[in-house]
Design a protein around this ligand. Sequence first.
Ligand code: FES
Ligand SMILES: [Fe+2]
Length: 382
Amino acid sequence: MAQGPRQQLPIQAYTDPDWFAAEQADLFGHVWNFVCFTSDLTDAGDYRCVMAGRYPLVVLRDRDGTLRAFHNLCRHRGSRLLDGSGNAGKAIRCFYHNWTYDLGGRLVAVPQEKEQFPGLDKTCLGLKPAALAVWRNLVFVHPDPEAEPFETWLSGFGARVGPHPIEDLVEVSDVRYRCDANWKIVIENFIDGYHFFYLHPKSLGDGDFTKQHWWPAGRHWMFHRPLKPGVTHDNEMLPVIDGVDSAYGAGAYVLFPNLALYETATSWSTFHVTPVAPDRSLIDIRLLAEPSAVERLGNQTIPDEDLPDCVVSAKGLLSFHMPTDKQRHPLETDNVMLEDIYACEAVQAGMGSPAYEIGALSDFEDALPFFQRQVMDYVPSA
Ligand code: FES
Ligand SMILES: [Fe+2]
C-alpha cells in the first residue's frame, strides 16, 4: 500500500462517551481555552463564563480596568457563581447564601459571619485564580494559574498570521450553528484541503486550491490559499481591510485545540467549536470587518423565520453568509457553512455504522494526522 497520511485516531475518539469524558478532563482542562474578544468586556464588572473541560471559569473586568480570571465557584459550598455573560455590578454575590466577593476576587461579606463563622479568615477564601492571557484582541484562560505562558503555547504562531489590524475592526456578524458531529470532525473538516475542490467549487470558487499550503507552529495549524489569477475583490459587500492586499486570498488557522481563525482581504473571523456531546458541537462564528462596513451594510437584521434550523441564534448586520431560503438542500445553497455542516454530520452518521472504515487520506488531507497527534498527546490511552 502506498505511503501517505494515515488516520491516527480510532473511531471511538469520535463516538464514545468515555473518550469524550477523557478529552474534557485531560485535553480541555489542560490547555488555553478561548473565551471572547476584549471588546466584550469593556466596563468594570463585565464578565463572561466559559467551561475549560470540567472547570467552570469566569473572566471579568476589575474596577481598575484589569481583566481577571477565576474559577467560577463560590468558596462557601462550591456552587457555580456566575452564569453566561453580563455585568456583575460592583461585587459578585452568590445567589445561594449571599457570600460576596469584590471584582478582584476577595471575599468581602459573609451573612451572619459573627454568629455562624466566628474566627473565619476571609482572606483565605477568595475566588481561586485561573490563568488569563490576552493576545491581540482575544481573551484566553487556563484552569491552572501556573500554566505555561500563553506566548510559549503560541510557539511563534502570533508572529506568522496575516497583516490584519484586528484591533481596529468592528464586529458585523455573530452566528451560532449547531452541528451534530464530534468537535474533531468539525476541525478536521476545517483543515481538510481536499474537499475544497468538490464541496465548495462555487462557495470558495475564487480560491486557487492547487496552490494552498499549510505549516505547523507548535501544536497549531497555519494555512494560506491564494486567489485564482485575475480574481479581485472589487464588488464585495465589504471593503478591503486597511493594510491588506486585495489579492490576499484566504488565511486560516487553528489554535489548538478548538479555535479556528479565518481571514480574507475583507474580513477576519473567529470560528470557535465547543464540544457538547460525542456527536454534537456548537460553532460560534464572529466576523469582523472595516468600521466603514457598518454604514455600507446598513442594519440588515435577519428575520427569525429566515434562519435555517442549524442556526440557534444570530445577530448582526451581515446576511451574506446566511442562507435565506430554508427550503433548499444545504448542498444547493452555495453557502460554505451549510455545506461544511452537512459534510460533518454525514461523516458522523457514517461513523455510527459497524461497516465504517477510512479507506485512505490524500496529501491534501495530511493536516488531519498532524491534528490527531496533538489530541493523542493529551488523551493517549482513552
Ligand atoms: S454556596 Fe455560595 S454562598 Fe453558599
Ligand atoms: Fe469546507
